[in-house]
Design a protein around this ligand. Structure first.
Ligand code: FCB
Length: 466
């Protein structure tokens, strides 16, 4: 809806939040009995993370959670999405809980409750206990079973304070970047292991969902990285085929089993698990109803006609492998400092598409945001105009998607804080709050003020100067 002043409003009761993840913000890597995760191992391996950065200290949110929660409250947010560190709760990935790990999360949850902020808790944001990796990680089925046991421990000890559970964050990235391309932990380049991990992550989601529900959880979902596919130029049969295959590999591979209990028919065979890995009943388990779907949106994939053997400027080889088709980064689109294309209409597209593919299931944008070259100016402020523009255009797209029928119930900005951006280390700042990693000072950026205004009004103002 648009009012007389041009403001676009959001539905009553819309959830507004900010997201973080344990390894990216907590630090305190060996405190209170925490075990090592694959990301500790990976970040401590020379050459894996830019500048040799690690999550050892990160934003030290382990010790500064009160300050961070006060920030959330000062922005007027109704929910905080954060993740539990599995190796804090089960240092070796199995067996009884480490009480000090649970105590920490209970303290965080108590603090959130005191401020009236609902906890949206991700069980797995990529920090697999190293001991489970040593046994094969997600390439073996046992990890899915261990994950469900961990989910049960977490829900048993913390469930009374958790509003909403997310089983996995971006399983596609875990399987692809962790096991196929190797640029994330555990750094493997083994296509078969990646296909196996795909299935075991999904089984882990199914088993954990069941365990959470058995313990009384009523709002359980999963977060996917979603990649709208946009086709440029005259439609052709090859481009349509390419679109279907690209979508199946980038989004459908995880979305469809959860929503429809089957792997997408258009997925390349090399991405699918070997039939022997898929036990009877697995797809029913994976396809059991979820209460919501989380979508993380950053950039679309563009396809156009081209010659993979003779790539032109801004063209890359197409992952769909359809002859005569290439992926393409349109010259006219802005890029963030990650090099990611800025395209808010992709958010509109994917929200409406996912709503059509999962009729009746509420969606949350569980991540959206951008990295920018932020700095503290001589007045002590961080004037991140790019991020304000980015958020404005994406929130506008989200509001339009709601108007066009998307079942969107909330939006979480990535991220509350600048943090450890995986293989990029601390070089990429995604926060609406600047973190000085030398002093751990937090400085809300202009985007934090902008976002807070949106949240309080439950509406998007016209951009200053527009
Ligand atoms: C997503 C991750 C999140 C963050 C953003 C930029 O893929 O889930 O942890 O790194 O990208």
């Amino acid at each position: 809806m648009t009012d007389a002043a041009g403001a676009v409003s959001f539905p009553d009761g819309f959830t507004w939040g900010a997201s973080t993840a344990a390894y990216q913000i907590e630090g305190a890597a060996t405190a209170d009995g925490r075990g090592a995760s694959v990301w500790d191992t990976f970040s401590h391996t020379p050459g894996k993370v830019r500048g040799g950065d690690t999550g050892d200290i990160a934003c030290d949110s382990y010790h500064r959670y009160r300050e961070d929660i006060a920030l959330l409250a000062s922005l007027g947010l109704s929910s905080y999405r954060f993740s539990l560190s599995w190796p804090r709760i089960q240092p070796g990935g199995r067996g009884p809980a480490n009480q000090r790990g649970l105590d920490y999360y209970r303290a965080v949850l108590d603090e959130l409750a005191e401020h009236g902020i609902a906890a949206t808790v991700t069980l797995y944001h990529w920090d697999l206990p190293q001991e489970l990796q040593d046994e094969g990680g997600w390439a073996v089925r046992g990890t899915a079973e261990r994950f469900a046991e961990y989910a049960a421990l977490a829900a048993g000890a913390l469930g009374d304070r958790v509003a909403r559970w997310i089983t996995l964050n971006e399983p596609q990235v875990v399987a692809n970047n962790g096991y196929r391309t190797g640029d994330h932990a555990p750094g493997l380049r083994e296509p078969e292991a990646a296909a196996a991990a795909t299935h075991h992550l999904l089984v882990g989601h199914g088993l954990a969902t069941r365990a959470l529900r058995d313990l009384g959880a009523t709002d359980v979902g999963i977060t996917f990285d979603v990649h709208p596919v946009r086709v440029l130029g005259e439609p052709t049969a090859a481009l349509e085929q390419a679109r279907l295959i690209t979508d199946a590999g980038a989004t459908g591979l995880f979305l469809e089993p959860v929503v429809s209990g089957r792997y997408p028919v258009h997925a390349l065979k090399s991405l699918l698990p070997a039939p022997a890995l898929v036990a009877d009943g697995d797809l029913n388990l994976i396809g059991a109803p979820v209460d919501f779907i989380g979508v993380n949106y950053y950039s679309p994939i563009f396809l156009r006609a081209g010659d993979p053997g003779d790539l032109r400027r801004n063209e890359t080889y197409a992952r769909c492998q359809v002859p005569g088709v290439v992926e393409y980064a349109p010259e006219e689109l802005e890029r963030t400092s990650m090099g990611w294309l800025v395209d808010p209409s992709g958010l509109h597209q994917i929200l409406t598409e996912v709503s059509e593919r999962a009729p009746g299931v509420p969606l949350y944008v569980t991540e959206n945001g951008c990295a920018a070259e932020d700095y503290v100016n001589p007045r002590g402020e961080v004037d991140d105009v790019e991020r304000v523009r980015y958020l404005h255009s994406h929130l506008d797209a989200a509001a339009r998607a709601i108007k066009d029928g998307a079942n969107l119930a909330g939006y979480f900005v990535w991220s509350l804080l600048d943090n450890f951006e995986w293989a990029w280390g601390y070089q990429k700042r995604f926060g609406i709050v600047f973190v000085d990693f030398g002093t751990q000072a937090r400085i809300p950026k202009a985007s934090a003020r902008f976002y807070s205004d949106v949240v309080r009004a439950n509406a998007l103002p016209l951009l200053p100067g527009s």
